[in-house]
Design a protein around this ligand. Structure first.
Ligand SMILES: NC(=O)c1ccc[n+]([C@@H]2O[C@H](COP(=O)([O-])OP(=O)(O)OC[C@H]3O[C@@H](n4cnc5c(N)ncnc54)[C@H](O)[C@@H]3O)[C@@H](O)[C@H]2O)c1
Length: 394
């Protein structure tokens, strides 16, 4: 294989962004787009007018695109409910696939997709572009190397996802139980929900979710969430998010007996205790004095290639030049955590233990879908999403 031949399914905001700003812009190495698909002909016309790619073939039926023999690999850029089904259709045909976040709407669906991936020889990755961010990679390394000692607290305030009513009115599937399967958790936060378990290195064992539905916008799903996590060693966590606050905050803090890490404003600071605080507490002859600490502005490799990084790693992995960075099967962890928060939110913050009861989640989701409001809006517009995924952490 000289160049990996990519197909893109879904030519809305994100699919268009990849076609123009990554492939046309020459940021995808050893890769070309040979096929593109959208069920909406207006989206095809839109991209034809913008792209410099004159070779790609266009389809309105994604299965026809997969059967065309034009694609070695596919990027799935459609609303969330369809992700697992499309991944499985690719794997069935021996086509390699990058699934957009989130892996799916509910774990039962994602588990089925993972089982198909288990049996397949094709490559399957998740578009967890924020895992390429040097700050989060470094945070993860420090935690794994024991740099914060025994975990005590995880706090992520990610409230700088400000969205207007115009945004919510820009697509009929957006912010509905039927079309999207949730609100700020499933649309804006899949990266942070993935990172909060990837960086810390473990999932909480229990969750309480306090969700407010349509608090800041005329929508039926949650646009404000405060979730409480409990970890197996008794450590706790808080995850706060909203699309209704400006200017908002993005601050990720992990603390333990060895010190704390704070990621905010594009930098990572490590407050490193000179002695483990639990040991100090037992041995110190003083009542108020804390262990000595060092404050380190952590240096990273400076690399933050985001979406192009995931695509280029996938291409290199297919060509046998690099190991795959994000195995697609890892997507289920974030879906499970989102489902746990949502399930608790629907039930007045009841404690939900993990692994969640998947049948109950699907049953309650379907109850919400059954009364979901249909939105009559113009689905033909395509917006520039550049920078919207990154929040303030560069
Ligand atoms: N990784 C990131 O940073 C990032 C950023 C934005 C969006 N996303 C994800 O990208 C996905 C798409 O979001 P978007 O904002 O581009 O939505 P969008 O509504 O702008 O685009 C979705 C497109 O999919 C098309 N579509 C729907 N069903 C289809 C089908 N069966 N076959 C072919 N095309 C179909 C629609 O016509 C539409 O053009 C979502 O899963 C979203 O979470 C990821």
């Amino acid at each position: 294989m000289e160049n990996v031949r990519y197909g893109i399914i879904g030519l809305g905001n994100q699919g268009t962004n990849y076609a123009i700003k990554i492939f046309d812009a020459g940021k995808a190495t050893d890769a070309i787009v040979t096929a593109m698909c959208d069920i909406n002909p207006a989206k095809i016309e839109n991209i034809k007018a913008k792209t410099s790619n004159t070779e790609a073939k266009y389809f309105t039926d994604y299965r026809e695109m997969l059967d065309s023999g034009l694609c070695d690999a596919v990027l799935i850029e459609v609303p969330h409910y369809q992700h697992p089904e499309m991944v499985m259709e690719c794997l069935k045909r021996g086509i390699n696939v990058i699934c957009e976040k989130p892996a799916g709407v509910y774990t039962k669906q994602v588990r089925e997709m993972n089982a198909a991936a288990e049996k397949s020889d094709s490559m399957f990755a998740m578009m967890f572009n924020q895992r390429t961010n040097c700050l989060y990679r470094k945070m993860r390394d420090i935690v794994r190397e024991g740099g914060i000692g025994e975990l005590q607290r995880v706090t992520w305030i990610i409230t700088d996802w400000y969205r207007t009513q115009h945004y919510y009115d820009s697509g009929s599937w957006r912010a509905t139980w039927q079309g999207e399967g949730g609100g700020v958790l499933i649309n804006q936060c899949p990266h942070q929900i993935d990172l909060v378990q990837w960086v810390v290195g473990e999932m909480p064992v229990a969750v309480n979710g306090f969700c407010q539905y349509g608090k800041w916008h005329d929508i039926e799903v949650e646009d404000e969430v405060t979730a409480y996590f409990r970890y197996k060693n008794g450590a706790t966590g808080v995850f706060i998010t909203t699309t209704g606050e400006a200017p908002g905050t993005n601050r990720f803090e992990i603390s333990g007996t060895g010190g704390k890490l704070i990621c905010e404003g594009g930098k990572l600071t490590w407050y490193k205790n000179g002695e483990d605080s639990a040991v100090w507490s037992k041995t110190s002859k003083e009542g108020f004095k804390k262990p000595p600490k060092e404050v380190i502005e952590v240096e990273t490799d400076g690399q933050n290639p985001q979406h192009a990084g995931i695509i280029n790693n996938f291409t290199a992995a297919l060509l046998g030049r690099e190991p795959l960075f994000v195995d697609g099967r890892e997507g289920i962890a974030g879906v499970e955590l989102m489902n746990a928060i949502e399930l608790s939110g629907w039930n007045n913050g009841e404690t939900v233990t993990l692994p969640i009861d998947e049948d109950r989640y699907l049953r309650e989701l379907n109850e919400h879908r059954a009364v979901s409001r249909y939105k009559e809006v113009d689905d033909n517009a395509v917006a520039d999403t550049a920078g919207t995924f990154e929040s303030k952490v560069k």
